[in-house]
Write a protein that binds this ligand. Structure first.
Ligand code: NAI
Length: 401
């Protein structure tokens, strides 16, 4: 069957192909999981949809699933993170891809609709938008064997649906696998957030004060890397245990209101809205940088900032300068979207190797297991263990038994 696609510029395909080839060199675990499944027919002629940040590592996952015999449909879970060259490379490689960098919300939902109208067998979601769509248009879920969810925010949404008795499909909390959040959320986001911030700003971090909102897996990673680069780290939290953990890890802990006048860099990592508001922004130092590493772009109250600032202008790639009425300037990176992906290359390839191997294992589980019911399943321990053991093998590490 010929694939359909909507991409920004198909002529970018060769550049996209190069970036997919590069990351594929560092994803041996995914290759090994693929080898375990390739003699089976579990994926053959199945329809698989991916709604996940569309960059090179995701593309390699899509191509791997296609190699297993599936028909693959791809869109991005966040249009700001879409790499147009990668989308083009997928289009010329037989993937049904619907994605453009900076597409509007309406375009985004129309892409999702186009894909899901084709009645998928299994899906990979990143933040819960496929799940939301299929719960309001359940006629398109009639063949659905289940949903794999990539991130904390999406898992939280699934658990709410389950609690209210409204969950319609078997769903797997891929994020909660040890081989996912221990490495991807913490080390992957920790490193790639700082890669993006330092590249976008061209600024030194040593000696600066960094305020990290949230000390979950992502916050811990971002704070640890900042500390390693010589910054003084302030953590804000609402959970008393996490707050105490941050303190014992050597960070200062206080409210956002108190931290707001001290920080040079602010990074939100909570997954919840309006963490940094105007009452904080007006107290900030002249020249403070604001960014977000949480899934949604609502952690910094950009709508109020836009309304109340005297002016806003783009001063550099992915940096907006806001002039406040108190004459101070603050800089918002990547429009408050997910900084490491919208403003950078995303997680390191060898980290996504783990996360996407878990995804492939869970898709295989959904397609090959009978009698699953609508509930949020944990990642089967065999898959979690297999991925970590394959990673140790790839690193040349043997452990005691
Ligand atoms: P988590 O649940 O481990 O941590 C979130 C933390 O935020 C919790 O400790 C919570 O107490 C804290 N928090 C909640 N409201 C707060 C507030 N008002 N002020 C301060 N702290 C508050 O979640 P995790 O895994 O760290 O994920 C966080 C977000 O990052 C989610 O949206 C997730 O989807 C996203 N994520 C982003 C990645 C990226 O590549 N940028 C990778 C993985 C996850």
């Amino acid at each position: 069957m010929k694939n359909n696609f909507v991409v920004r510029d198909i002529n970018l395909a060769s550049k996209g192909k190069q970036s997919i080839e590069w990351v594929s060199k560092w994803m041996p675990v995914l290759d090994n999981v693929y080898r375990q499944y390739k003699t089976e027919n579990v994926f053959k002629n199945k329809k698989v949809a991916l709604c996940i940040h569309l960059e090179a590592k995701t593309a390699y996952l899509a191509l791997t699933i296609k190699k297993l015999g599936a028909e693959v449909w791809v869109t991005s879970s966040n249009t700001l993170s879409t790499k147009d060259e990668v989308a083009a490379a997928l289009a010329v490689n037989g993937i049904h891809v619907y994605a453009k960098h900076a597409a509007t919300r309406d375009e985004y939902w129309s892409y999702l609709e186009t894909i899901l109208k084709n009645n998928m067998d299994v899906t990979v979601d990143d933040g819960g938008d496929i799940c939301e769509y299929l719960h309001t248009h359940s006629k398109y879920g009639k063949n659905l064997k289940g949903i794999c969810e990539e991130t904390t925010t999406g898992v939280n949404r699934l658990k709410e649906l389950e609690k209210s008795g409204k969950l319609l499909y078997p769903s797997i909390a891929v994020n909660d696998a040890k081989s996912k959040h221990l490495f991807d959320n913490r080390y992957g986001t920790g490193q790639s957030t700082w890669t993006a911030i330092t590249q976008l700003t061209n600024m030194n971090i040593a000696g600066k004060t960094v305020v990290v909102a949230g000390y979950g897996w992502v916050g811990r990673g971002v704070a640890t890397r900042a500390q390693g680069m010589g910054a003084e780290v302030i953590v804000t939290e609402i959970d008393p245990w996490k707050a105490l953990e941050a303190k014992m890890d050597g960070h200062r802990v206080m409210t956002m209101l108190d931290a707001s006048s001290l920080g040079d860099f602010f990074i939100t990592t909570t997954g919840f809205s309006n963490i940094i508001r105007m009452e904080h922004i007006t107290r900030m130092k002249n020249g403070a940088f604001l960014s977000n590493a949480g899934h949604f772009d609502f952690e910094i109250d950009i709508p109020s900032l836009k309304k109340q600032a005297k002016s806003c202008k783009v001063v550099r790639d992915e940096i907006e300068e806001y002039l406040l009425t108190n004459k101070k300037k603050v800089y918002v990176l990547a429009q408050g979207g997910i900084i490491n992906i919208a403003g950078g290359l995303g997680h390191p390839a060898d980290i996504m190797d783990l996360s996407f191997s878990v995804q492939l294992g869970c898709l295989h589980f959904l397609l090959s297991t009978k009698n699953l019911v609508p509930k949020v399943y944990k990642v089967p321990t065999e898959i979690d263990r297999l991925v970590t053991e394959e990673k140790l093998k790839a690193e040349g590490i043997t452990i005691d038994k």
